[in-house]
Design a protein around this ligand. Structure first.
Ligand SMILES: Nc1ncnc2c1ncn2[C@@H]1O[C@H](COP(=O)(O)OP(=O)(O)OP(=O)(O)O)[C@@H](O)[C@H]1O
Ligand SMILES: Nc1ccn([C@H]2C[C@H](O)[C@@H](COP(=O)(O)O)O2)c(=O)n1
Length: 227
């Protein structure tokens, strides 16, 4: 159940800007809960593919959103796992295919509406770090602290390349750059809850900034007195 007295830090930004990495580290530092809202959209996309639902079938996707059970837990090594309809779907969830499917279904207003309460339920004491595209604009507009992370598309493609190479996935930087630009364009141009900074968000360009420096800047935002 949502606890409106719990403070919220929203971290929005485009794919590969480092939202997930930075949010997890900041949440661990503060001892706050963490919401990976993109995982919810990815989970619905995967559940839809398991049921052979076409990405153009909006009404079936909305039904699928209501029907899909999504759970989060850490494994024995402390790594976050996502459980979709009882199946550990973490690895499938992180693929570029799952990201593109999530981006497509995220443009359906009824899917977004169906996920609203599930996201808000993560607001619990002592606090919440929420990462996504519309955390500061739509889901937690009253958040005490808001950050919008960016990085050049080229740097984001390089980060993703390194990440996938380490996992043994064969990709090219050019291909990843094309996918990132396509996803940015779709997420920023949709009619409902497009990717954009909240007016009161602090923007941090992470191009060339190491992870610990970004974490320090975000913690600095949290330490500022709220209006
Ligand atoms: N400041 C940084 N400098 C270098 N690498 C970074 C930085 N921030 C994140 N990374 C690396 O970039 C990759 C992508 O980061 P992450 O998954 O956190 O991005 P994201 O914004 O959550 O992406 P998505 O929206 O696609 O889930 C990871 O391998 C992460 O370790
Ligand atoms: N709050 C959110 C979170 C995610 N999405 C959509 C758009 C993204 O391209 C896709 C995958 O998200 P990621 O895991 O890469 O953060 O899901 C959204 O529309 N709103």
């Amino acid at each position: 159940m949502t606890d409106a007295s719990a403070p919220v830090l929203t971290i929005d930004g485009p794919s590969g800007s480092g939202k997930g990495t930075i949010s997890r580290l900041v949440a661990a530092h503060l001892g706050w809960h963490y919401l990976d809202s993109g995982a919810l959209y990815r989970a619905v996309g995967i559940a839809a593919s398991w049921s052979d639902i076409d990405l153009s079938d909006a009404s079936a996707l909305v039904r699928c959103t209501f029907d899909t059970e999504i759970g989060f837990r850490d494994d024995a090594a402390g790594e976050p796992r996502v459980i979709v309809n009882g199946v550990d779907a973490t690895d499938e969830l992180r693929t570029e295919t799952a990201g593109a499917a999530a981006s497509a279904i995220a443009a359906i207003p009824e899917v977004r509406a169906a996920l609203k309460d599930r996201q808000r339920a993560f607001r619990q004491l002592p606090g919440l770090v929420a990462d996504g595209r519309d955390m500061g604009t739509v889901i937690f507009p009253d958040a005490a602290h808001k950050v919008f992370l960016t990085a050049s598309a080229e740097e984001r493609a390089e980060r993703r390349y390194k990440q996938l190479k380490e996992k043994g996935v064969s990709v090219t930087i050019d291909g990843l750059l094309r996918e990132i630009l396509a996803r940015d364009a779709r997420d920023a141009s949709r009619a409902v809850a497009p990717l954009r900074p909240a007016d009161d968000a602090v923007r941090i360009d992470t191009t060339g900034l190491p992870i610990d420096a970004v974490v320090a800047r975000v913690l600095d935002v949290v330490s500022r007195p709220t209006p």
